[in-house]
Design a protein around this ligand. Structure first.
Ligand code: ATP
Length: 365
């Protein structure tokens, strides 16, 4: 089942929550909508669920107009951040709910419902807990009940809005891995809303990065991380040091450092915005011509990774580098020492001389 959104817009009192969004979701795909608060993720999900309608644009499912289909008639499973389980119903009754309320002619028999619920509870690893009430479950268990309830109606499309947002970090990680396995088993087309980049990158086949009602980039997690398409994606996904590059006499400079690799061919003078990931800053204890001298200000050891704060006078800024904690220890890196920093890879956006805005297309070295 292919879902296609074309030029989808939704306005609230003149404010564009969605602004001409185009997106195709392939059958069986796990898509994450990722973006900061207010970027339009939930609005998009609600339109897919039939809980909201766009002001303009189309949504089709296998070529059929999905917007013409009433929310109740859409084969959609929904899970929200706040469990929304019925407190006065047991786990079994919660999961069976969507089937019980069906019109008589399409309602499965009692025995069929019981068998289906049993199977689902096993699937979400809650067998044996069917008689409990939501208040007798942990947060993670409640979300698995919510998922079982969403799956009970055998949806074509599973929509999840920050389903693990209210859970603590460890449960969250465990549940997202479990969800990924479940998705591989069921192959159900899934749209997952999150503002957590790690969650999106780990879970999804494709990530849709949203910002202010628009899509900044759609791509595999690898592409989003390694080939960010816009300055926003560079800053929102992972960590990146932001630099200003200047072109003088045909050569490209970052501060006093002339870059060997030139990310864009045009003999254009002027400035560019560039991003370097912490892991792409190489550090050397010897003074080198082709690098920036820097003073190591702090070493923050977080588990196996050392985050290094470097003051680079030639750039007038502080850069963050990263390496394995053991390596940092072996090399005897300590605050106060002088190092040479070399950028190994960078993503640059030439700035339009007239507007000062970055060009849409990224260039990479
Ligand atoms: P969050 O992660 O905070 O849920 P989001 O990316 O899901 O954010 P949306 O909930 O889609 O964002 O909201 C997008 C924008 O539209 C926000 O600025 C929000 O305030 C606005 N908005 C959403 N629903 C309504 C509404 N019913 N009335 C007015 N404004 C709305």
């Amino acid at each position: 089942m292919t879902i296609e959104l074309a030029r989808l817009s939704r306005r609230f009192a003149g404010f564009a929550a969605l602004d001409e969004v185009n997106l195709a979701i392939a059958p069986g795909e796990f898509v994450a909508l990722l973006g900061p608060s207010g970027s339009g993720k939930t609005t998009l999900l609600r339109i897919l669920a039939g809980l909201d309608y766009p002001d303009a644009g189309t949504v089709t499912q296998d070529g059929r107009d999905l917007l013409a289909v009433d929310a109740r008639a859409r084969k959609v499973g929904l899970v929200f951040q706040h469990y929304a389980l019925f407190r006065h119903l047991t786990v079994t009754e919660n999961v069976a709910f969507g089937l019980r309320v069906r019109p008589r002619r399409v309602r499965p028999s009692r025995a069929e419902i019981a068998a289906r619920v049993d199977k689902l509870l096993r699937r979400v690893q809650l067998d044996g807990l069917g008689d409990r009430y939501p208040s007798q479950l942990s947060g993670g268990q409640r979300q698995r009940v919510a998922l079982a309830r969403a799956l009970a109606v055998e949806p074509d499309l599973l929509l999840l809005d920050e389903p693990f947002g209210a859970l603590d970090a460890q449960v969250r990680v465990a549940l997202r891995r479990w969800l990924r396995h479940l998705h591989e088993e069921l192959g159900l087309t899934t749209v997952f809303v999150t503002h957590d980049q790690e969650e999106a990158l780990e879970l999804a086949d494709r990530v849709v990065v949203m910002n202010r009602g628009r899509i900044e980039q759609v791509g595999t997690p690898e592409a989003i991380y390694q080939q960010p398409a816009t300055p926003f994606v560079c800053e929102f996904i992972g960590k990146a040091n932001r630099l200003t590059l200047r072109r003088r006499n045909g050569a490209l400079y970052a501060g006093p450092l002339r870059l060997d690799a030139d990310p864009w061919p045009a003999p254009q003078e002027g400035a560019a915005l560039a991003y370097v990931r912490p892991e792409h800053l190489a550090l050397s204890a010897t003074a080198l011509e082709d690098g920036w001298p820097a003073r190591l200000r702090h070493v923050y050891l977080s588990g196996s990774i050392a985050h290094l704060e470097l003051e680079v006078e030639a750039l007038g800024q502080v850069l963050e580098a990263e390496m394995g904690g053991e390596e940092a220890q072996r090399r005897g890196l300590h605050p106060g020492m002088t190092l040479t920093v070399q950028p190994r890879a960078l993503t640059a956006f030439p700035l339009d001389p007239a507007s000062g805005e970055p060009e849409a297309a990224a260039r990479r070295t």
